[in-house]
Structure formats: C-alpha cells, structure tokens
Design a protein around this ligand. Sequence first.
Ligand code: DAT
Ligand code: MG
Length: 151
Amino acid sequence: GVKERTFIAVKPDGVQRKRVGEIVQRFEKKGFKLVGFKLLKASKDLLREHYWEHRNRPFYNRLVTYMSSGPVVAMVWQGQDVVKTGRDMMGKTNPIDSMPGTFRGDFCVEMGRNVIHGSDSVESAQREISLWFKESELCDREVCSNNWIYD
Ligand code: DAT
Ligand code: MG
C-alpha cells in the first residue's frame, strides 16, 4: 500500500560522482515520499550485516571494503509499490544488463561500482531500514499532493 517503504543508498562512487541530486530528484518526480535521509561513512560491521546474505560469496569482502571506502547517502522512500518500482528504476545488478533510463544503465559500467543500492523485497526493506535508521530518524507526514498521486 501507500505505506510501503524501501531502503535506497547512493554508494560511495555515486556520492563521489555527484549522482545524489539526480537520484533524489527521480524518486521525488515519480511521486514517492522521502521519509529518511542521511550522509554517513558506514562501518564495516554495519555493511557486513547489511550484506549478510552474501557472506559466503567470493566478492563479499571486496564489496564491504568498497562500500566503506567513502560516505554513502542512506534514504528511506515511501509509497505504493516503492520496493519493486525502486528496483526497476535502479536497473539490474550488472550495469551491462541495465536499460538506459535506469540509474545503473545511465551512470555506471561495472558491477563493483554500481552506484546505488535498493532493497529487493518488502521484508528485506524492513530489515535494512531498521539496521540503518532509528525510528526517531524517520519522518512520515501528510503530503498535500497525495490526492494528485493516489486515486
Ligand atoms: P543488487 O545490488 O542488485 O541487489 P546483489 O544483492 O545480488 O545485487 O549483490 C549486492 C552487490 O554485490 C551488487 O550490487 C554488486 C555486488 N555483486 C553482486 N554479485 C556480484 C558478483 N558476481 N561479482 C562481483 N560483485 C557482485
Ligand atoms: Mg541485493
């Protein structure tokens, strides 16, 4: 429903390459509501937990090192079907498979520098949001444009 949330992060390469503004802008333009936002240098402990599902994959340590190499912008976006739509806006894991018009299709060429993270299901979104944000850091609110976004 309208209260669905996803966790989106602009990865260190995306921050360095100044893609934060355009990523935020595309989520805003689509009609989603920003309910959490912060710039932080994530600890390796946080990132190991975040990517726990990949702990036995050969790329796990490189991934954690890359993700901790600079600040990331961590965000929570809310709205109808925001998890799936956010994934569609991102493109595929490997930029070579990503369509133009998606963040990964437009902004990067390698899987190991793929600019953006987005939760892959409602359940992982809930897990990731509670890992990265305190409840008090999230600000839901009435948005006056709601009647122009939802039927
Ligand atoms: P996604 O970020 O699209 O959800 P994922 O959860 O499968 O993809 O993997 C997390 C990140 O790990 C991904 O953004 C890039 C990296 N990665 C995934 N598969 C990889 C591989 N085979 N080799 C190198 N890096 C990989
Ligand atoms: Mg994933």
